[in-house]
Design a protein around this ligand. Sequence first.
Ligand SMILES: NC(=O)c1ccc[n+]([C@@H]2O[C@H](COP(=O)([O-])OP(=O)(O)OC[C@H]3O[C@@H](n4cnc5c(N)ncnc54)[C@H](OP(=O)(O)O)[C@@H]3O)[C@@H](O)[C@H]2O)c1
Length: 343
Amino acid sequence: MGLATAAWLTSHRAGRVVLNGRSAPSPEVDERLTELAAQGTDIRVVLGDAAEPGVAERLVAAATADVTLRGVVHSAMVLQDAALTTITRDQLHGVWHPKVFGAARLHETTEGLPLDWFVLYSSISSLLGILGQGSYASANSWLDGFADWRSAQGLPTISINWGIWGEIGAGMIFKERGYQTIPTGEGLHALETILAHGRRHAGLLPGGPTAWIPPSGRSLPVFQAVIQDGGTQAAAEDDGPADIRARLRAAAAGVPRRTLLEEYLGEHLRVVLRLNQRTLDPDTPLRSFGFDSLLALELRSRLEPALGITLPGNFIWKYPTIAALAGGLADFAGLALDGDDGP
Ligand SMILES: NC(=O)c1ccc[n+]([C@@H]2O[C@H](COP(=O)([O-])OP(=O)(O)OC[C@H]3O[C@@H](n4cnc5c(N)ncnc54)[C@H](OP(=O)(O)O)[C@@H]3O)[C@@H](O)[C@H]2O)c1
């Protein structure tokens, strides 16, 4: 996204763009930078860890040699996903280091310069609290607060809570899985609009609001304007029927009861996988939908309260299909799917 931002700046005739990363550009990126330079922008690359002392100074020195620095975009990140209860200090630090300490260094180094904008690439995770991304969400939340803190001192700052970009960057896997994502052109258009309006905060979610905002978050004031009155109803629909145990008990033992549980699991999976109305075959391998450990965590957190159980951490991961998972869950929860007594 940093490179796309550089290309966007070049297309707007920026005089100079200084790019930073810890590792040297790949041959493909190098080629792209040469193309950008051919459009008339002075492209420079300064290598180094932006959170370490001296690097922001080198960046600013490269940017201000004979021209005035007008804008900063902070898009560095490292991801280390883990469930909240298992996050280690090292993982937390690994995620906070580039985002938080990198932002602080850039702030300290540019504080006295006449910037038009200082843009922080935050994420929708700090508004939604994506499961398994506690470190990342908290680091982005820090950026959101930092934007307020800087703005209060008259320093122009914008924190953008980006949804997932599908064509470039670390979120491409989500597009492959069928999620609604932000096309690069739309993201850059949004960036331009946000800059033009001088916002302190802005968020961009691809697709309809309910594609990304979980039912539990839809009543939050921050989302009211985008969800309006559809939120409560959509939340109820997405949560599925509340008392699945009672419905299973009422269904005849054997195939009807098993089908009911498989359909119920399919409902939750559709929400977790953001598959809209698509029908899920109970025997299709879950991995073929891009199901991974983060999504398994999300599914577990939906099923546990509904079924009134606490599942072992790797439980869902052990079952390759909906049909297998239905059987495993029924056993674990003491639901007699095929028995005469009913669950
Ligand atoms: N992709 C999305 O869908 C999405 C969604 C919401 C928010 N965002 C935000 O947008 C930003 C860009 O995302 P992306 O997808 O483009 O990420 P990315 O592809 O993972 O790129 C991150 C960049 O940060 C650099 N970096 C990491 N640590 C650094 C450090 N200490 N000092 C300097 N550079 C460092 C990496 O280069 P080296 O490894 O060479 O250092 C890499 O070029 C991130 O802040 C992310 O939180 C992205």
